[in-house]
Design a protein around this ligand. Structure first.
Ligand SMILES: Nc1ncnc2c1ncn2[C@@H]1O[C@H](COP(=O)(O)OP(=O)(O)OP(=O)(O)O)[C@@H](O)[C@H]1O
Ligand SMILES: [Mg+2]
Length: 364
């Protein structure tokens, strides 16, 4: 799969812009604050219908404008799909594929695959669990429609439950009903996360060994807040028990203390937690192998390589890791941003398109 072209209207500092892309390598340069990351964000938006930088999507609409529009042409299985996404100031989003309005935005999310790798992702190993949960959710949503749906329902239920827990008078029979649904969706989420992490761990093992010439053996470990159980039924039942057990505490705190919204994962190297004990180099390697594994997994599950957005990340890697990355991305369309690209990077990618961005336009 690759992106042939994008058209932007009122997207951040792009008022109107049309860009054709190279099938393989696109090198996006320009001075600071000209719109390089904005362009990657628009590509991400065309597939995920949200930003990778902010949870407030409306920030993507150009200052003073009331809506934005991103129109992208994806080449997939030899055909071209036109994906059009628009959003207004109220946050309302509309998506069309080849002119046909999509009632469910999730159909777009699970049809076009984009992976982003930014300096922020380098911190994934070390930073707060929320970042790792976001990573899990983002990637599994891309691969599984049913996960996307379960997650949406779970989050809604959780919000309702939390708000109800803050009420003066609580009817526990009502909480029973909530807990029932929460356990049902939660069990599905835990199951999918476990499967995803196990697969990712297997793939990343080879990659990590490759980067470190076999000197390190990694394992991605799922750290569920509610212990993982072999079967869905058992999981549901167990989660319900846990919710019941923590109900008094939850009522006192006005919050749901247990569940997959508190999950985490850890990357172990030779059995030791990278999050707690890893050196900076090990954390970088772990982040890189996680990203590369994610790409391979999408290929395995979807039969297509995703597009990879590398935002200012190459310069963060040493030559060996750069080399490894480049050698393992032959089949992936790349969008690489950098203020200035050192000549060795141009050498890695002899065939490429250079796009210079200046104040939200392509410099001719
Ligand atoms: N909603 C918006 N409307 C108009 N302009 C915006 C909007 N959001 C951000 N900008 C502008 O976009 C610019 C930043 O663009 P971007 O983050 O893409 O820069 P960059 O080229 O990646 O720079 P750097 O090299 O520093 O990473 C800022 O000048 C900012 O004011
Ligand atoms: Mg940037």
């Amino acid at each position: 799969m690759f992106l042939k072209k994008i058209e932007l209207e009122n997207f951040r500092n792009y008022s109107s812009c049309e860009i054709d892309f190279h099938e393989k390598i696109n090198i996006i340069t320009g001075e600071n604050a000209q719109g390089k990351t904005n362009l990657l964000e628009s590509i991400y938006f065309s597939s995920f219908i949200r930003s990778f930088r902010t949870s407030s999507d409306k920030e993507m609409i150009s200052f003073g404008k009331d809506h934005l529009r991103v129109c992208s042409s994806y080449s997939k299985n030899g055909e071209t799909d036109l994906v059009e996404v628009a959003m207004d100031r109220s946050g309302r989003k509309i998506a069309k594929i080849n002119g046909a309005r999509q009632e469910r935005l999730r159909d777009v999310v699970s049809d076009y695959y984009v992976v982003v790798f930014s300096p922020e992702d380098m911190k994934i190993v070390k930073e707060e669990p929320e970042r790792r949960r976001n990573f899990l959710d983002r990637e599994i949503c891309q691969m599984s429609l049913s996960y996307f749906e379960s997650l949406a329902v779970y989050k809604k239920l959780l919000l309702q439950r939390n708000s109800y827990l803050k009420d003066e008078k609580i009817d526990e029979a009502l909480l029973d009903i909530w807990d029932e649904s929460l356990a049902k969706e939660g069990a599905k989420i835990i199951e999918k996360r476990k499967i995803f992490i196990d697969k990712l761990s297997l793939i990343s093992e080879n990659i990590h060994r490759g980067i470190t010439d076999g000197s390190e053996v990694p394992e991605i470990k799922y750290c569920p807040n509610v212990e993982w159980k072999e079967s869905r039924e058992e999981q549901e039942e167990y989660f319900r028990e846990i919710l019941m057990g923590s109900r008094q505490k939850d009522m006192m705190q006005g919050n749901t203390s247990r569940g997959p919204h508190k999950d985490d994962l850890d990357i172990m190297i030779d059995g030791v937690s990278t999050r707690k004990f890893g050196s900076q180099g090990q954390q970088r390697t772990a982040a890189l192998s996680l990203k590369l594994a994610e790409i391979e997994l999408i290929k395995e599950e979807k039969g297509e390589y995703p597009i990879l957005l590398l935002d200012d990340v190459l310069s963060e890697l040493d030559e060996k890791r750069q080399r490894y990355l480049v050698d393992h991305l032959e089949n992936t369309q790349l969008f690489i941003t950098a203020a200035e690209l050192p000549s060795e990077i141009i050498r890695y990618f002899p065939k490429n398109k250079k796009i210079v961005i200046e104040k939200g336009t392509v410099k001719q």
